[in-house]
Design a protein around this ligand. Structure first.
Ligand SMILES: C[S@@+](CC[C@H](N)C(=O)[O-])C[C@H]1O[C@@H](n2cnc3c(N)ncnc32)[C@H](O)[C@@H]1O
Length: 271
């Protein structure tokens, strides 16, 4: 059933409020365990991860990009410094915006990077149409309430030929030896803790390809990331340090968590 816009916007606002509250609670813990790059799937040296992402996005000097869901600004500042691109960053969380703004000033990158607080379901309210060479979502698309709306909005702000790049967890298309109940239980716990709205249909590689196509993108790649992961110590450290440790669901179930979700990279082009 198609909801009227005002009602859909109400539900989006209610959801993104919960996402931002998650970060209000955990920003300090994320900073302690993950540093400037809030990505659970990572290399031992986070610069290797950022170089991998920069390379696979095919960044070129002079490009104008949007960082959608920009965290503490680590990726945007790295790309501006090392790839000669300029970036407008957007995060739903006000504290993250303020932290990023301070770093932009400290690193003298205000001519290259801007940051604002806002919701990527409404990108075209903040950014001009047909202006950007690329938009990327690093472990942020997973927080969306309405994936198709986010992709449609991304489409609006891109130039023809512009790319959307998404690095994120997708739900695996097989049960990988789990029972259906166990699979559903793990998914439910991931959704609850991280404030995701994952479903096995939409968030699978096939679902992602369908959503990209509906929004007007041609899919170039949907594939598991291929860098060498760290051993998840940092992420386990994060879980150990949070109240989530009380039942320690995710940290205590990591082998099964990675039967349910895998880390993918997705690149689509606006035609
Ligand atoms: C796991 S963090 C990743 C941060 C950053 N991409 C990085 O690599 O360090 C997810 C980010 O998405 C942002 N986010 C979630 N929902 C959002 C929304 N609707 N609009 C804008 N940002 C959002 C959060 O505030 C957070 O910064």
């Amino acid at each position: 059933m198609k909801l009227p816009n005002f009602l859909r916007n109400y539900f989006i606002g209610r959801h993104t409020g919960k996402v931002s509250a998650h970060y209000d609670t955990y920003n300090k813990t994320y900073q302690t365990y993950l540093g400037d790059v809030i990505q659970g799937s990572r290399t031992v040296d986070e610069k290797d991860l950022l170089r991998y992402l920069g390379q696979n996005m095919q960044l070129k000097s002079g490009q104008k990009l949007i960082d959608a869901g920009s965290g503490f600004g680590g990726p945007a500042l790295f790309f501006a410094e090392n790839y000669g691109v300029s970036i407008d960053a957007l995060t739903i969380n006000e504290e993250q915006r303020a932290i990023t703004q301070t770093k932009i000033a400290e690193q003298n990158l205000s001519s290259k990077v801007t940051v604002r607080q806002g919701d990527f379901h409404f990108l075209s309210n903040y950014f001009p149409a047909q202006t950007y060479d690329g938009i990327y979502f690093f472990e942020s698309f997973c927080h969306a309430y309405h994936y198709e709306q986010v992709l449609r909005e991304a489409y609006k702000v891109l130039k023809p030929g512009g790319f959307v790049y998404i690095k994120d967890y997708l739900v695996n298309e097989s049960l990988n030896g789990l029972t259906e109940n166990r699979f559903a239980e793990i998914l439910e716990n991931i959704n609850q803790f991280y404030k995701f709205k994952f479903t096995a249909q939409q968030n699978s590689p096939t679902g992602m390809r369908t959503m990209l196509s509906k929004a007007g993108f041609e899919t170039e790649i949907i594939q598991p990331v291929s860098y060498t992961h760290d051993n998840f110590e940092k992420v386990s450290g994060f879980h150990t340090a949070t109240q989530h440790n009380e039942d320690n669901y995710i940290a205590g179930n990591l082998p099964d968590v990675f039967k349910v979700v895998g880390m993918y990279e997705v690149r689509g082009v606006k035609r």
